[in-house]
Ligand binder design. Structure first.
Ligand code: PMP
Length: 324
C-alpha cells in the first residue's frame, strides 16, 4: 500500500483536548454534544464559516474580563460580509453569548479562550444562506507563552484574489495546518508563511514581529496577514514606551539578520522566538520582553492602556445550598 493511504493510526496522537460541559449554539447554552453540524450543509461541504478567538483575562477584582469583544465582533462582521454570510446576531447578542458561556465555564484561577464561529446552516452556493453562532470556550493558563523554535514554510499564504487572509475562515487554516505538519518534521514549534511574492506574511495563527536596530516591524495586512487586533494594541504600547513601530513589508533575508523575532495574537499574546531556522536569537528579548510585560499588564487591568476594553464576566453566584 502506498504511504499516502497509510491508516490514521500511523499518525502521532493529538494532545488531549478539553471537552467542556456546555456550548452556545442555536441561541442558548446547551450541552457540548449538541454543538454539531450536518454533513450536508455548506459549512461542512464548502467550509462556509467565519470565526473569532477571544481571550478572557483575570482582572484585579478576580473576575474574568473578555478583551475587545466589540472589536472582535466587528472583524467577524467583515469576514462574514466578504463571504456573504448573514450575521445571526448583533453586537449585543454576540457579547451576551460570549459572556454567558464564559460565566458558565469559568474555573478558579484559570483564564479562558473562547472561539466564536458563525456557520452556514442552510443555503446553497450563496443562495438562501442562514447562519448560526456557535461559541465554545476552553480553560487557559495565564502563564506567558513559552519561547518557540521558528521555521519558514515552503507553503504560501494565498493572495487577496485567491483566498483573502483578511477573512478569518477555517479554509485559510488549511495551509497553516500543512505548514505545521511540515514544521513538526523539522523539529520546529511554529512556522512562518511567506506570501506570493516571497515576503513574510504571518505565522499559522499569529502575526510576525521583527526587531531590527531598536525598531519593531510587522508586515501590513496587504502582505497577506490577518488584520490582527493584538497588533493594534502593540502599536499603542510601542507609542507608550517610545519604541519605533513600523508596518512595512519584511523580506525573508531580514529574518536571518533580525535582532529579535516574536509572534503575536489573541491566544499567543506575544510569543518570543528562541531561534529562526536554527539560528539562536537573543534569549533576553530586550525589546520584545518590554512589550510583552506591558501587554500582559494592560489586558489584565494592572496598568491601563488606551484602547483596552474588557467586558467583565460575572462571578458564579455563591451556592444557595449553603444558606440556611
Ligand atoms: N493571523 C492568523 C492566521 C491568526 O489566526 C491570528 C489569530 N487570530 C492572527 C494572525 C492574530 O490575530 P489577532 O491578534 O486578532 O488574534
Amino acid at each position: 500500500m502506498s504511504s499516502a493511504c497509510a491508516p490514521a493510526s500511523a499518525a502521532p496522537a493529538a494532545p488531549a483536548l478539553q471537552r467542556p460541559a456546555l456550548a452556545w449554539v442555536g441561541g442558548a447554552l446547551r450541552p457540548w454534544d449538541e454543538a454539531v453540524v450536518h454533513a450536508s450543509g455548506e459549512a461542512f461541504q464548502r467550509g462556509v464559516s467565519v470565526f473569532e478567538g477571544l481571550r478572557g483575562h483575570r482582572q484585579p477584582d478576580g473576575r474574568l474580563g473578555l478583551l475587545l469583544v466589540d472589536r472582535h465582533f466587528r472583524r467577524m462582521c467583515q469576514s462574514a460580509q466578504l463571504l456573504h454570510i448573514p450575521m445571526p446576531v448583533d453586537a449585543d447578542g454576540f457579547r451576551d453569548a460570549s459572556v454567558e458561556l464564559a460565566a458558565a465555564l469559568q474555573a478558579p484561577g484559570k483564564e479562558l479562550y473562547a472561539r466564536a464561529t458563525v456557520l452556514a446552516v442552510e443555503g446553497h452556493w450563496g443562495l438562501g444562506t442562514v447562519s448560526d453562532l456557535v461559541v465554545l470556550a476552553y480553560q487557559q493558563d495565564s502563564a506567558p507563552s513559552a519561547p518557540v523554535d521558528l521555521g519558514v514554510s515552503t507553503w504560501r499564504r494565498s493572495a487577496d484574489l485567491s483566498l483573502p487572509a483578511r477573512i478569518k475562515t477555517g479554509a485559510n487554516y488549511q495551509v497553516g495546518r500543512l505548514a505545521r505538519i511540515e514544521g513538526r518534521r523539522q523539529g520546529m514549534d511554529e512556522m512562518i508563511l511567506l506570501n506570493e511574492h516571497g515576503r513574510v506574511a504571518e505565522a499559522t495563527a499569529a502575526c510576525v514581529l521583527m526587531v531590527r536596530d531598536g525598531r519593531l516591524v510587522s508586515p501590513p495586512a496587504w502582505e497577506a496577514a490577518l488584520e490582527s487586533i493584538t497588533l493594534e494594541l502593540i502599536e499603542r504600547i510601542c507609542a507608550d514606551l517610545a519604541i519605533p513601530f513600523e508596518r512595512r513589508p519584511i523580506e525573508r533575508t531580514e529574518l536571518e539578520i533580525a535582532d529579535e523575532i516574536g509572534l503575536c495574537g489573541t491566544l499567543a499574546e506575544i510569543m518570543p522566538a528562541r531561534s529562526i531556522e536554527g539560528r539562536p536569537l537573543d534569549p533576553a528579548w530586550p525589546l520584545l520582553g518590554r512589550v510583552l510585560a506591558r501587554y500582559r499588564a494592560a489586558v489584565r487591568g494592572l496598568e491601563p492602556l488606551p484602547g483596552v476594553e474588557v467586558t467583565p464576566v460575572p462571578l458564579p453566584q455563591s451556592s444557595s445550598k449553603e444558606s440556611p
